[in-house]
Design a protein around this ligand. Structure first.
Ligand code: BGP
Length: 465
């Protein structure tokens, strides 16, 4: 038996987002975001045609939910403010009902001993801004800076952990490269501009937050997918993996932590003639306003080999012009989500952050396993016996523990997610939560076996395996 003891005050909890959980009720004053709009136009693009309208009804059920968080061992919980709820048009009037809701939600968490971690942007561009180009338009950066300041002014004395974005690469790749999300574009020039504006917006929010001298920290949440070459001894594979790493990880990690973009990426973008529009002074803002705290979302590794297939000319330049994705024989898969499970990846990320990013304070801000049709695991006790999820977390935590033993500044572990929630085009297909949500029974919540297990883990702050 090994005793995996975690540091005192370790953050145990989970993560969610406003657009995936809150839902809308009539008269709440929320404006439309790109997902609300997209669903209204093309519901068939969403699993079982379930849209974000109701989600998990957290807007009305949050008090009950906070009690469930307590029962599942949370000492911290991350959600996001919905920009389109707080400022329905993205710019202009603040919605007083949203102010009231978020105050009450955060108070409820704090009164129950759960620290709210609050993110400002989780893929949910207000539609009024998207109509003018969204992140393509420099005015969105200004609107975001104002929105961030309003959030800090309203909630900055009670919320002490802020995040500028969750996975800013997702709007880039999903919206502007691979057509997974609205507006379903595939244009690398636009993708580069989007990413640049997000990075700049993040630095501006960090600047504003620090200038307000509030007592707290601000960071960013990145989905880091370590890039492994097919063959570590093959220089072409190693080079391909390094380029993939620059595109998908360092594109945001470097500016957020080091204040500069990776040279390898800048060289490619210059060579392609698709440099973003950069205003005078922007790069100084990015250089001088780096984050205090890094959130790391980890689900899967990226495996890469040297380019072997012909370059696809159809869409103009794409990241895959520089490498091929590689399927490692014998890899372990989560078949529902189609993602490889590779536990050691979480350790490799933490080592990289320790060695190459000044061992900045960080935490695992998302990790988890989405499984379809979990009702089949309900036993006589009426509970979902998600032993696979417990095992998944245990195996990742072993590596988190090892990284901490070796000096990583990892301060916590948040699971995706607290209760089953609406996952973009996958809607409610794959369930990730510690707590199930029964959509056929007004969103009835039931704690899963993993939720009780997590409570014990968090109470003891150790895992004996
Ligand atoms: C992360 C996102 C979450 C959540 C999760 C699960 O990348 O930050 O919003 O959705 O992935 O992924 P999915 O919902 O695609 O299964």
């Amino acid at each position: 038996m090994t005793n995996y003891q975690f540091p005192a005050h370790f953050w145990w909890g989970s993560a969610a987002s406003g657009p995936q959980t809150e839902g809308c009720v009539s008269g709440d004053g929320k404006g439309e975001n790109i997902f609300d709009y997209w669903y209204s136009k093309e519901p068939e693009k969403f699993f079982n045609q379930v849209g974000p309208g109701k989600a998990s009804q957290v807007y009305t059920k949050y008090k009950e939910d906070v009690q469930l968080m307590k029962q599942t061992g949370h000492n911290s919980f991350r959600t996001s403010i919905q920009w389109s709820r707080l400022i329905p048009e993205g710019i202009g009037e603040v919605n007083p009902k949203a102010v009231e809701f978020y105050h009450s939600y955060f108070d409820e968490l704090i009164e129950n001993g759960i620290e709210p971690f609050v993110n400002l942007y989780h893929c949910d561009m207000p539609m009024a801004l998207q109509e003018k180009g969204g992140w393509l338009n420099r005015e969105t950066v200004e609107a975001y800076e104002r929105y961030a300041k309003i959030c800090f002014e309203l909630f900055g004395t009670k919320v002490k952990k802020w995040f500028t974005h969750n996975e800013p690469i997702v709007p880039v790749e999903a919206g502007y490269l691979y057509r997974w999300h609205y507006p379903e574009e595939s244009d690398m020039k636009q993708a580069v501009q989007i990413g640049y504006h997000e990075a700049l917006a993040s630095a501006l929010a960090v600047k504003a937050y620090h200038e307000m001298e509030l007592e707290g920290q601000i960071g960013i949440i990145l989905n880091l997918t370590p890039s492994y070459p097919r063959d570590e001894k093959n220089p072409e594979d190693v080079k391909a993996a390094a380029i993939a790493d620059a595109f998908f990880n360092r594109s945001f990690l470097d500016p957020a932590v080091k204040g500069e973009f990776p040279q390898e990426l800048v060289a490619i973008v210059k060579e392609l003639g698709i440099m973003p529009a950069i205003n005078e002074g922007d790069l100084t803002i990015i250089k001088e306003n780096t984050i205090d705290l890094l959130g790391i979302n980890y689900y899967q590794p990226r495996r890469v080999k040297a380019k072997e297939t012909p370059i696809d000319q159809e869409n103009g330049p794409m990241p895959e012009d520089y490498f091929d994705n590689y399927q490692m024989p014998g890899r372990k898969m989560n078949p529902y989500r189609g993602w490889e499970i590779y536990e050691k990846g979480i350790y490799d990320i933490l080592v990289n952050v320790r060695e190459n990013y000044g061992n900045i304070e960080c935490f695992i801000s998302e990790n988890g396993m989405g499984v379809e049709n979990e009702a089949r695991f309900i036993k006589e006790d009426g509970m979902i016996h998600d032993d696979y999820r417990i095992e998944f977390v245990q195996e990742h935590l072993k590596y988190v523990h090892q990284a901490i033993q070796e000096g990583s500044n990892c301060l916590g572990y948040h699971m995706w997610t607290c209760m089953d929630n609406w996952s973009w085009t996958n809607a409610y297909k794959n369930r990730y939560g510690f707590i199930s949500v029964d959509l056929s029974n007004d969103g009835k919540r039931t704690i899963k076996k993993s939720g009780y297990w997590f409570k014990e883990l968090s109470d003891k702050n150790e895992m004996i395996l």
